[in-house]
Design a protein around this ligand. Sequence first.
Ligand code: NAD
Ligand code: ZN
Length: 357
Amino acid sequence: MKFRNFRMVDYVVYGRGCFDQLEEILQPHRKDGTPMVFLLDHFFENKPLSTRIPLKSSDKLIFVDVSHEPKTTYVDLIATGLKNEFGQVSGIIGIGGGSAMDLAKAVSMMMTNPGSSADYQGWDLVKNPGVYKAGIPTLSGTGAEVSRTTVLTGPAKKLGMNSDFTPFNQILLDPELIAGAPVNQRFYTGMDCYIHCIESLQGTYLNEFSKSYGEKALAICQQVFLHKDHWDEGSDESLMMASYAGGMSIAYSQVGVAHAVSYGLGYLLGTKHGIGNCIVFDKLEAYYPEAVNEFRKMVEKNKIEIPQGITRGLNDEQFDTMINVSLGMKPLWENALGKDWEKKVTREKLRRLYEQL
Ligand code: NAD
Ligand code: ZN
């Protein structure tokens, strides 16, 4: 048996208000004459956070458009633009939800690797370490702050750049930054974490490493979304750690059916990760009966409406595209259903599931 030896984030700072330490943290990584580049989620344009970025005169602040989840073309555009403007940069700092953080990871790697980011969608294809990169979440749930992937939609597939060069050198976890997130968005991204935990804990890849993180993250999600009677600062603080722990849990295991099916929706319809996972999970009684029941209670308690009927009117070819994308996620299915997963999930079964969404 060969065990995976995975790379982790180098440095972590956690605490309410720790964003103020950002310049002190970045200072040693500034290289003469080359800028620190901040990729800030466009939500923060004209918001107070945009004025708190420790910008030096040579630095660059880019408001990244995350209306759509990151595409390889967008990563290439930013990286090429930076190379043309500066030659090289000191670092890339991603501030925002999973989309802005993933963009930062990918752009960092594309500053030092030739070609297009689409060439590196897969496992361990990246050849050179990227430039210094830091991630600062403003939503809690994806675990993108700790993961070894950056999920990109490319010309042929929706797949991450999974590599040892992908994790951040630094993450800064400041619960103050997520305080203003709208209820719906907070729920969808929070449920991404809940679903990571369920898929990890009920998967065949589970080991004690994953279990210990997954159980803690799950308990926090249940506390925040089900047992607490109102949202408070403590909710932001604990959910930020749930996201981290949920990410650590899947680092050594894998996600499962909801993610595999949701990737198909994302690829064809552009459905976003968090909401897509919720749309799918809601219909997965056959795979995760108790958790789906609990999920529905959380939906009700938080007064969230899960969209219905999003695949209505699609044609056979479109269903086939989603099924192909989903079945391409082999490790996810194997984790969920075991080594003989191909006998358990047929195209017909998947078609019926997609039709219900
Ligand atoms: P997101 O980053 O896509 O952002 C969703 C929306 O929330 C955007 O409109 C954004 O502008 C806004 N937003 C961000 N912070 C906000 C704040 N504090 N207040 C108000 N609005 C705010 O959402 P997400 O759910 O965090 O991330 C989803 C993305 O993460 C997807 O692209 C998905 O593929 C990726 N992802 C990556 C990993 C990984 O391991 N790399 C894991 C899971 C998901
Ligand atoms: Zn996820």
